[in-house]
Design a protein around this ligand. Structure first.
Ligand SMILES: NC(=O)c1ccc[n+]([C@@H]2O[C@H](COP(=O)([O-])OP(=O)(O)OC[C@H]3O[C@@H](n4cnc5c(N)ncnc54)[C@H](O)[C@@H]3O)[C@@H](O)[C@H]2O)c1
Ligand SMILES: [Zn+2]
Length: 669
């Protein structure tokens, strides 16, 4: 595979994991694996600076804003942390510090790294005025009402606090509270939550703050922003925060050498299991705020801090049996059912096995004692077998040959790891899964219709594919289980509203294999309509930017299929947007004709998308990164210093948001 493809694939994959992790609170791979892939991407990008992209997951904080809350632009950006896994990484970091600061003696604060969801809380004159999630670092969700229900968050401060400041912290769920919540769920026959971190993060996104109030959440604070002059250094700031009434864990220390830092790490590496909540590492920060300011930030992290991550834990348990799940694309995932075992603060009963190869490679057999590992989140994985304990009567695992849901013989394509059920139109989880994908937030975003309702509709014979949604009648829905007049009306309304979803998202919603959001955008921009895309040959498709053979092949297969053709025809008749209409509709002038723009930072009058649209409306082009072909950089707040430098070096015009508006008005006035 060529490097660019590899980079593109990794970015796409990591973006999807970020979405699962931060937005859905439902990761599908372990943190360790995620971090490995991120590192792999980082290494490739370092080797190939020509493929730099400011939107890469290596350059961005992973979260996003949701549509459920008001979006708030952060006064001060929220960053992530650089991760390290060895003491050598930490020593290398110290070297970099010394290079920038010029071999001065350094002091560090060492803090525990709390594993929850980050929050930024603003106080004015001692009163809590706003709490916002990290989101994408530039803007987040306003979750003030939810945060106010957390008892450890002071609504009014004590002592001699600064007039106005933000304080950052982590919303966590202590083990005891987590277990209590799960106990209650198990009692009513519900599935327990997978781990404290995702449950804490999911809690913040609840719409009903009285439900949040019932959850035993805790807020641990670690960073005051906007009062550096008064507070001078991090260790003092932590102390002061305690005096103002915040919950700041007492474990933090001030270290004057790396030896002391390492002693702190070693101590907590084992002692962390005695804490009432989960910690996944230690955060080391340059103590002095003046030095912090000198060091500054990369696109994603402060240069003055680093996180040392503890190694993940393993447990040994018995493999009871292997079951197989069928996904929306027909992919089969084997799942290991384990004798419940305590691991990293949660009870593990299942582990993912990925595919037949992995089972074979590790020679995993039912009845084996296996090692499971967990990176701090959901389904852990089996990393090995304790062969010394294998019974002599044990038999090698035979991978299933038929679909567990519909009985069809499974297929496995050359070069692919996964087995597939090819019964695209008859296999229930595939049918349901495709409709669930179609209605999902990033696709048609159908309000009032959830994944379970889709299954309900299918099970009642009301639905075989997503086109059938548009034939649904209220009278058919009302009598269904858990449905009522109002929910049925909402459902129909939501389906109707999906007719306004633009073509690129419809294309994504169709669920064509390998056609994710980005690819759908590219294709929509290039082909403008579904007819054009249907007519495109394999050779034409692979000529399109970022479209590889795998995607082209999948598109051909999809459009050749007569069932799909019928469905698309029906969607067309229902009035679904199967062509781009933006261009004709919005082109207002040719003011920016022939000019390429790069936009960077946060804007107050425009959203980023809105700004891009406006530029295009006036004939300009948008590029994702600065190069010699760029004509104008529109710089919002918080534009990165590296970018600014690059633009200046290349002699590119830099407009502020105000400049941009002036340019527009000149044209229009
Ligand atoms: N499994 C997946 O699919 C998946 C996807 C995305 C991210 N992740 C995981 O999430 C993590 C990356 O998330 P991230 O970008 O939030 O970085 P991070 O959690 O590794 O570190 C940054 C965060 O640490 C928190 N923090 C806790 N204690 C702190 C302290 N004392 N001082 C300062 N900050 C403190 C802050 O909220 C900060 O934003 C990784 O562990 C990654 O593996 C997993
Ligand atoms: Zn099947």
């Amino acid at each position: 595979m060529d490097v660019l493809q590899q980079i593109t694939d990794l970015r796409k994959e990591l973006n999807e994991h970020n979405y699962n992790y931060y937005v859905l609170d439902n990761p599908t791979i372990s943190d360790l694996e995620f971090d490995k892939k991120l590192k792999q991407l980082q290494d490739l990008e370092v080797k190939h600076p020509e493929y730099f992209d400011e939107d890469s997951p290596t350059q961005r904080v992973g979260g996003a804003v949701t549509k459920n809350f008001e979006t708030v632009v952060h006064q001060n950006r929220m960053y992530s942390l650089e991760n390290s896994y060895s003491k050598q990484d930490v020593l290398d970091w110290e070297q970099r510090l010394q290079r920038v600061l010029g071999n001065v003696p350094l002091q560090y604060t060492c803090e525990l790294k709390y594993d929850g969801a980050s929050i930024s809380i603003t106080y004015e004159r001692g009163k809590l005025v706003r709490a916002v999630t990290r989101g994408d670092g530039f803007q987040g969700d306003d979750v003030t009402a939810n945060i106010k229900t957390i008892k450890s968050v002071p609504v009014r401060l004590k002592g001699n606090y600064p007039e106005k400041f933000e304080i950052r912290g982590e919303i966590i769920l202590p083990f005891s509270g987590f277990e209590k919540m799960n106990q209650e769920l198990i009692e009513i026959g519900e599935t327990p939550y997978s781990n404290p971190r995702n449950t804490a993060s999911g809690s913040l996104k609840l719409q009903d703050s009285s439900l949040v109030a019932k959850r035993p959440l805790v807020c641990l604070l670690y960073n005051i922003v906007g009062a550096n002059d008064i507070l001078k250094n991090q260790f003092n700031a932590l102390q002061k925060a305690r005096e103002f009434g915040f919950k700041v864990p007492e474990q933090s220390i001030l270290a004057t050498s790396m030896e002391e830092v390492f002693a702190f790490i070693d101590f907590w590496d084992t002692e962390r299991f005695t804490l009432p909540y989960e910690t996944d590492g230690v955060v080391i920060k340059v103590n002095d705020f003046y030095q912090q300011e000198e060091l500054g930030y990369t696109a994603k992290n402060p240069r003055w801090a680093i996180a040392y991550k503890f190694k993940t834990e393993q447990a040994e348990t018995k493999l009871l049996d292997i079951t197989y799940q069928v996904g929306r694309t027909g992919a089969i995932t084997p799942v290991a059912n384990l004798e419940p075992v305590q691991l990293a603060g949660t009870i593990v009963k299942r582990a993912s096995l990925h595919n037949a190869d992995q089972i074979q490679k590790l020679d995993i057999r039912v009845g084996d004692q296996v090692y499971v590992e967990k990176g701090g989140e959901i389904i852990p994985k089996i990393v090995g077998v304790d062969l010394s304990q294998r019974s002599s009567s044990s038999e090698p695992t035979h991978y299933i040959e038929n679909c567990p849901e519909c009985g069809t013989a499974l297929v496995r394509k050359e070069g692919e790891a996964q087995h597939y059920c090819p019964n695209f139109y008859g296999c229930p989880p595939q049918i349901i899964g495709r409709v669930q994908h179609y209605i999902s937030r990033k696709a048609m975003d159908i309000d009032g219709l959830g994944g379970e309702t889709v299954a309900l509709l299918y099970n009642n014979g009301l639905l075989q594919n997503y086109a059938d949604l548009y034939e649904l009648k209220k009278e058919q829905i009302v009598p269904l289980e858990r449905m009522a007049e109002k929910s049925a009306t909402n459902l129909i309304k939501g389906i109707e509203a999906s007719k306004n979803i633009p073509f690129e998202r419809v294309l994504y919603a169709l669920g064509i294999r390998f056609v994710g959001e980005t690819v759908a955008k590219k294709l929509a921009a290039h082909y403008k309509s579904i007819e054009n895309l249907q007519l495109a040959t394999y050779e034409e498709l692979v000529m399109v930017d970022e479209i590889g053979g795998k995607i082209a092949e999948s598109l051909r297969l999809f459009f050749q299929n007569e069932e799909n053709q019928r469905i698309i025809e029906r969607l067309k008749n229902y009035g679904i947007q199967l062509a781009s209409i933006e261009k004709e509709r919005t082109q207002v002038s040719n003011r920016f004709e022939g000019q390429t723009f790069v936009i960077s930072g946060v804007f107050s009058h425009f959203t980023r998308d809105g700004l891009k649209q406006t530029i295009e409306d006036h004939g300009g082009k948008i590029a994702s990164s600065i190069s010699s072909k760029t004509h104008v950089v529109v710089a919002g707040e918080n534009m990165g210093p590296a970018k600014l430098e690059k633009a200046t070096k290349l002699g590119i015009k830099i407009w502020t948001e105000a400049d941009f508006i002036k340019q527009l008005e000149n044209n229009e006035g």
